[in-house]
Design a protein around this ligand. Structure first.
Ligand code: SF4
Length: 576
């Protein structure tokens, strides 16, 4: 018999209150074999929604707290997307095996991975007997206070920070997801997007699977649960072989940690080690190596594409569950997503980005006085550009890091107010100058136009825009939130038309060959685990429209001139 496993409370002031409410108001005892609990309403208090859900043998607490909104409006309000006209990051995952404060270590790692998703976060821990899980909406530091971390005992832990890519964005789909199965308790955290789901979900439901979420990540766990393989590790390898798309995952049972990447290695996942003087080493996994630094973990190697690693009391073992598939790692991790202080696919992101800047200067320089990055994403490439062009690098735009999602506009509508709130020009640096602006992408073009206008408005004599990757012409289906083709400016306009739209004096993008060269495409042997793959080969589908998997959403890749059709859904794209 076991206790409450899943609760969310809304309408309370903070998380401590939510946690206090849970024990006081909702003791729920489940009988072994009893089906999940009901979704109910908190008996008292404003807007108190309670979600109760039970599985035998674990304690899972899902606190969701949302302070009642306070709104004082003096003018109109405007909502600013978190990444205005930027592609959105996917998710970050983290795992720790063999540390007395595993949850705290995962917390620190997730803190470093916060740029990969700010919508929700979760940490699950295990101590050999129990598997606890806490997840909530918001930033890692908002959810995991001292009180909350104390509720996560154990020396094994996995964690996740999320920006939703599939499934709705509610707490329900926050991760880790924990499932009680015939193979025992399993918790999973997933970065990426599966693409061949088809009717897999229905098939599993017909076979008796009960899905707790609408997230594609849970399909992997349900496949494991329904696998005919007799051992857990065989069942995991079996299930990973049945799905296609992008997945870097960490999984946990009561006493083991698993880490795996999809056979093409779309998303990064690295392995590190904390050396312990008086006992076995702690093994850690993270989406990016910047998460290792706070833990003082040493980077050991990447989890190779198609590799499944198991960490248990017997040590670290590895197997290749999908040999012989060509690697197509996401090159956009190097262009934009990953932090410059991370090593991705065995290569420093900072080095790639500086090289992109240098190459951009070699390919498309025109006379200018200063190089100015669009902060923060254009900074590293701008450093490389300035060096290659022999020009001074200047922070001519200052970013306000404290802008929230919603703000109050002045009574009198101000042109391009949203961007002005986030960025402000340094007039005395820009006035009378020929400015070389460096950014990492143009998606719809609207933000780029506002920035060009801002720099010109601050007195710049000329504004030249350089982009450190090729034009984005096609959406991503591998875990990156991109607009459909009809909303991507480069899919519908020539470079000259884009230049006119954004009102720049000149515009140039980095060539595809140049980008590949800057990321050492096919040249630099990466740590290979046991797959024997040498060198990095990249997915460049958002720049070429050539997708490495067969399944894509045809509706999303129609150019603007085609009428939107309700009939065209997920279809098979013939790729060469
Ligand atoms: S389509 Fe673009 S963003 Fe998506 S995985 Fe490929 S390179 Fe990365």
């Amino acid at each position: 018999m076991s206790r409450i496993v899943y609760q969310g409370v809304e309408g309370v002031a903070d998380l401590s209150e939510a946690l206090a409410q849970q024990d006081k108001n909702f003791p729920r005892v489940l009988e072994p074999g009893k089906s999940p609990g009901t979704v109910g309403r908190r008996p008292s208090g404003p807007k108190g929604h309670v979600y109760s859900h039970g599985l035998v043998g674990t304690t899972e607490v899902v606190p969701c707290y949302k302070a009642p909104p306070i709104e004082v409006s003096l003018g109109s309000s405007e909502t600013v997307p978190a990444q205005d006209d930027k592609l959105r990051e996917e998710c970050g995952v983290m795992a720790v095996y063999g540390h007395p404060e595993a949850a705290r270590q995962v917390y620190l790692g997730l803190y470093a991975l916060q740029h990969r998703g700010q919508e929700s976060a979760g940490i699950a821990t295990a101590n050999g007997y129990n598997l606890s899980n806490i997840k909530g909406m918001g930033l890692v530091s908002e959810i995991f206070t001292e009180d909350v971390l104390r509720k996560l005992p154990g020396d094994l832990s996995i964690g996740h920070t999320r920006y939703s890519t599939t499934g709705d964005s509610a707490l329900l789909n926050a991760q880790p997801i924990r499932v009680d199965s015939t193979k025992g308790l399993i918790a999973i955290a997933h970065n990426g997007n599966l693409v061949n789901l088809g009717n897999l979900r229905e098939k599993l439901e017909r076979a008796g699977a009960y899905f707790q979420t609408t997230s594609d990540s849970e399909i992997i766990v349900q496949l494991i649960a329904h696998s005919k393989a007799t051992t857990l590790v065989d069942a995991i390898a079996d299930s990973l072989g049945q799905v296609d798309g992008a997945f870097s995952i960490v999984m946990m049972t009561r006493d083991k940690i698993f880490a795996a990447r999809d056979p093409r290695g779309f998303r990064p996942l690295s392995m590190g080690r904390i050396k312990n003087a008086d006992g076995p080493d702690t093994i850690v996994f993270a989406s990016e190596t910047c998460a290792f630094d706070l833990l003082r973990a040493e980077y050991e190697r990447d989890v190779a594409p198609g590799e499944l690693i198991m960490v248990s009391a017997d040590g670290v073992t590895s197997r290749v569950y999908a040999p012989g598939v060509a690697q197509t790692s996401c090159i956009f991790e190097h262009v934009y997503f990953a932090r410059p202080d991370s090593r991705i696919y065995g290569r420093w992101v900072q080095e790639s980005r500086e090289q992109m800047g240098r190459q951009l200067a070699r390919e498309s320089h025109v006379p200018a006085d200063i190089v100015v990055p669009v902060p923060d994403s254009g900074v590293t490439a701008a450093l490389g550009y300035a060096e290659a062009a022999g020009l001074p690098f200047r922070f001519g735009l200052i970013r306000n890091h404290y802008v929230g999602r919603t703000f109050i506009e002045p009574e009198q509508r101000v042109r391009d107010f949203g961007v002005k709130l986030k960025l402000n020009p340094v007039r005395n640096l820009l006035e009378g100058k020929r400015v070389m602006l460096i950014d990492d992408s143009i998606i719809r073009g609207t933000t780029s136009r506002k920035i060009v206008r801002m720099v010109r408005g601050a007195g710049a004599k000329e504004v030249h825009l350089r982009i450190s990757c090729p034009p984005t012409i096609s959406p991503c289906f591998y875990g990156v939130d991109t607009p459909s083709k009809r909303d991507l400016i480069a899919a519908n306009k020539s470079i000259e038309e884009i230049r006119q739209f954004i009102e720049a004096d000149t515009l140039a993008y980095l060539s595809l060959d140049g980008l590949l060269q800057c990321c050492d495409d096919g040249q630099n042997p990466q740590p290979v685990g046991q797959t024997g793959i040498q060198g990095n080969n990249y997915c460049t589908a958002c720049y070429t429209g050539n997708y490495p998997t067969q399944w894509v959403d045809v509706e999303e890749i129609l150019p603007a001139r085609y009428p939107k059709s309700d009939e065209i859904q997920l279809s098979l794209l013939e790729t060469k």
